[in-house]
Write a protein that binds this ligand. Structure first.
Ligand code: SAH
Length: 395
């Protein structure tokens, strides 16, 4: 192990924070931006483990380094350590222990499991991983081996094919690394079965972060006319149908996810009216046609990825909420979500409040929801709570 070993914290490579106030990393927040660094000692390579130090040089923790990103370091430990295969295996193993053997789940959730920029999901006998940091990119073989050694899987698939890789200066990649995989494969998510293409589907397979909410919302569905907006392949819709909804309509703009949805509803033996449409147009027309529902789900994509577009996103949120309130029969329920970092619970509430006012409805919050337990929130990092939801009941 020499001075140039990228996996070892040494005195020769270190980042020194500026004197600006106490840094959030003192309470365990892992993000360090380039403008928070006063001095870099040595010439650490992209992906190297570096020591993080206060302006006086006192050791604060070990961090992974990426000079190509504005977020140039992410803390992974408060100890001095070696970033080797044994460390990677131990961290994945401890995350797996916290999942208590779940058949389909997120096993490693980036910062929240102490491996910023690494996601690992288990889908039965397959593991799917995604690398969003060069530190794991250069240790990819160790990551794959640790997954195989730790999880009860035979196949390991990489889905590092997202735009976020571009910001880290990494090429996009999607492939079967170990074992074999012939799509589609069937997996139980919540209380229903879904057919997934783990090599091509959204994210790393399915919206596992919503899996618990499918069941919570379905608990209101019996005897109700349900409208699932931004349905994707039918997570909420199918659970509501299984729970005894009178009718279920699912709306999504993408023809391919509607095709998956049709397949999934047949697989689960339920009847759903699939509508390939823009939700904004669909809702406007439904109001005009005086349609009526008793349970409406609003789970839009992140309308904004940047702070500057928040006002525009909020107008979108407000509009879909106004329409939902107009369409609900007395006693009706809206389950509404924001998965955008820039639209936190208070803004989601504000949009819903304004919309209830516009629609002249009295609404009550009867439940609040968040991402599933296998997407834990790191207490020191409020940004890791990204999925916010409310269940509202109207008079
Ligand atoms: N509720 C889903 C996840 C929704 S993801 C689940 O839990 O499985 C957001 C979905 O919104 C995507 O499927 C995308 O195709 C769809 N979408 C995006 N913009 C849309 C629009 N304007 N109208 C309808 N669907 C839209």
């Amino acid at each position: 192990m020499g001075r140039s070993d990228p996996g070892r914290v040494t005195l020769s490579t270190g980042l020194y924070l500026t004197r600006e106030g106490p840094h959030r990393c003192l309470s365990g927040h892992p993000w360090i931006y380039e403008w928070e660094i006063a001095k870099i000692r040595g010439t650490p390579e992209p992906g190297a483990l570096v020591s993080l130090r206060d302006p006086e040089g006192r050791f604060l923790g070990s961090a992974i380094f990426n000079p190509k990103s504005k977020m140039c370091a992410r803390l992974i430990s408060r100890e001095k350590m070696e970033l080797d295969a044994a460390w990677i295996q131990a961290r994945i193993a401890s995350a797996w222990t916290r999942r208590r053997g779940a058949e389909t789940c997120r096993v490693v959730w980036s910062e929240a499991d102490g491996m910023p920029g690494l996601i690992v999901d288990r889908y039965g006998s397959c593991a799917v991983f995604q690398i969003l940091h060069v530190a794991w990119e250069i240790r990819r073989e160790a990551v794959v081996q640790a997954i195989l050694d730790t999880l009860p899987v035979e196949t390991v698939i990489e889905r590092s094919d997202v735009a976020a890789r571009d910001f880290e200066g990494l090429p996009r990649r999607s492939e079967v690394c170990r074992g074999s995989y012939t799509p589609p494969s069937r997996h139980k998510i919540g209380a229903a079965v879904f057919e997934l293409n783990l090599l091509e589907g959204q994210k790393t397979g399915a919206y596992l972060d919503q899996a618990e909410n499918y069941q919570k919302v379905a608990a209101y569905a019996q005897g109700r006319r349900v409208l699932d907006c931004f349905s994707n392949a039918g997570g909420f819709a199918i659970h509501c149908a299984l729970a005894g909804a009178t009718s279920v309509t699912a709306v999504d703009v993408s023809a391919s996810v509607i095709a998956e949805g049709i397949n999934n509803s047949a697989l689960n033996g339920v009847n759903i009216a699939w509508e390939e449409a823009n939700v904004f147009d669909y809702l406007r027309k439904a109001v005009k046609d005086q349609s009526s529902y008793n349970l409406i789900i609003l789970d839009p994509p992140s309308f904004t990825k940047s702070r500057s577009k928040v006002a525009e996103a909020l107008r979108g949120y407000r509009e879909i909420h106004v329409r939902a309130f107009q369409l609900l029969a007395p006693g009706g329920i809206v389950a509404t979500y924001s998965c955008s970092h820039h639209v936190p619970m208070d803004l989601l509430e504000e949009a819903a409040r304004g919309a209830a006012g516009d629609a002249r409805r009295v609404a009550r919050v009867i439940a609040r929801q968040t991402q599933a337990e296998d997407h834990p929130v790191l207490l020191a990092m409020p940004e890791s709570e990204y999925l916010k939801g409310m269940v509202l009941e109207v008079e």
